[in-house]
Design a protein around this ligand. Structure first.
Ligand code: S3P
Length: 449
């Protein structure tokens, strides 16, 4: 087994090039690795901890930049959060309705989850005035999807482009309960409205067209909220006003981060890799179903339940992949994994079609356009569709200069593609990986050894 040469070059403006030189023969991925804590669960543990009475203990928190943004916003509103680490983070909650009015703008950085979930909390917090913003990417992402239902509840929110873009200003008021029929399957929209419902007297319901991740529902219940779920209609109802009580949260490894290694292990010949301690909540395992359709060899070992979330070790062995069609209700259950699935499709026999995924155009970057451009630069046959991509496998990739467009999942997907590209690939602005996976390069070096 020969090693890939992986180097990081830091430029004067602090942006980084990740340079990957694949050996001409003999690379295979072996060993047992762990991925960092789940990003969605990390955000929710910090937020609910801050809104609870008593202390919350979080084990396995993701130390990426996104949860750091959540922590600093809630610290600015009075929550006491111990130094962030993976061992044990203590959050001393201040209780629902007791947020301190922050003296400055709350900055959610790159994190859509921080901003959208927090809007539900702030809008329903009577008496407070709040301003929120984010980085260049977040300030261009649509907020009307959460502002609209909040306004139906009576929220007072102002912002650019008819209150649809951050920076936003919020005057917290007592809201009225609604039944919101969301036009999109989005856990951020669902969670925003449910969080607003916590402080609102009566029953607040969200119905979505397909089931999105249910971490909020699981955690809200565990923290003491009155919640009912109707699986037949994809509806969730919260009854307010609620009281939340501090809990112990154990954050499993993030399946969205594990996805990079699952695809790497599938496409790099002779690989046999185990990713330990991965959350396999059924609302998140669309990636396993898509890879199974492609013929991938992935085994779930040591399946168990940890603090209300299903967890397993995932073993992947390389095989020849087949094309498939990824569409419909599967999309919300693998939405963040589509960039790396596009890489898998490049190595699958036949034409893979990804559709019903227009949401990808409003993520940290336009992930349809960016993946199509960057993979095409490496020699892949990718056609952009308005709501997805068509990828014809079987072409050989050639290393070249590619760009993450400051999107963490694009940076990591291109790094995995480069393991099967000839020559040298340079991924520009690769530091974006730290949003959700600060140790990505170190683990890449470890598995390629
Ligand atoms: C998330 C929900 C998803 C996902 C994002 C995290 C969450 O976004 O893409 O990375 O934690 O609720 P949408 O709700 O916009 O689909």
């Amino acid at each position: 087994m020969s090693a890939s040469v992986i180097t990081v070059e830091t430029k004067e403006n602090a942006s980084q090039n990740l340079i990957i030189q694949r050996p001409p023969v003999g690379l295979s991925l072996q060993g047992r690795i762990r991925v960092p804590g789940d990003k969605s669960i990390s955000h929710r543990a910090l937020m609910l901890g801050a809104l609870s009475q008593g202390e919350t203990e979080i084990q396995g928190l993701l130390l990426g930049e996104d949860p750091r943004s959540t922590a600093s916003c809630f610290q600015a509103m009075g929550a006491e959060i111990s130094e962030l680490n993976t061992e044990l983070v203590r959050v001393k909650g201040i209780g629902l309705g007791n947020l301190r009015e922050p003296v400055d703008v709350l900055n959610a950085g790159n994190s859509g989850t921080t901003l959208r979930l927090m809007l539900g909390i702030l809008a329903s917090h009577p008496g407070g005035f709040f301003t929120v913003t984010g980085d260049d990417s977040l300030r261009s992402r649509p907020m009307s999807r959460v502002v609209k239902p909040l306004q139906q509840m009576g929220a007072q929110i102002w912002g650019r482009k008819n209150n649809s873009l951050a920076p936003l200003a919020i005057a917290g008021v007592a809201l009225k309960p609604i039944h919101y029929q969301s036009p999109i399957a989005s856990a951020q929209v669902k969670s925003c409205v449910l969080l607003a419902g916590l402080m609102t007297e009566g029953q607040t319901t969200v119905t979505e067209p397909a089931l999105s991740r249910d971490h909020s529902e699981r955690m809200l219940r565990a923290f003491g909220a009155k919640l009912s779920v109707d699986p037949d209609t994809n509806s969730v109802t919260v009854t307010g006003p609620a009281q939340l009580y501090g809990q112990k949260v154990v954050v499993p490894g993030d399946i969205s981060s594990a996805a990079f290694w699952l695809v790497a292990g599938a496409i790099v010949p002779d690989s046999n890799l185990v990713v330990e301690n991965v959350g396999v909540n059924p609302t998140r395992t669309g990636i396993l179903e898509a890879l199974a359709m492609m013929g991938a060899d992935i085994q779930l070992e040591n399946q168990r339940e940890v603090a209300g979330e299903p967890v397993a070790d995932l073993r992947v062995r390389s095989v020849r992949l087949q094309s498939c069609t990824i569409e419909g209700d599967l999309i919300p259950r693998l939405i963040d994994e589509i960039p790396i699935l596009a890489v898998a499709a490049v190595f699958a026999e036949g034409t893979t079609v990804i559709k019903d995924a227009e949401e990808l155009r409003v993520k940290e970057s336009d992930r349809i356009a960016v993946m199509a451009q960057q993979l095409s630069k490496m020699g892949a046959k990718v056609t952009e569709l308005p709501d997805g991509m068509e990828i014809t496998g079987g072409t050989s990739l050639v290393g070249t200069d590619v760009d993450s467009h400051t999107d963490h999942r694009i940076a990591m997907s291109l790094a995995i593609a480069s393991l099967v590209a000839s020559g040298t690939t340079t991924i520009q602005r690769a530091e974006a990986a730290a949003i959700s996976y600060p140790d990505f390069t170190a683990t890449l070096q470890q598995v390629c050894r």
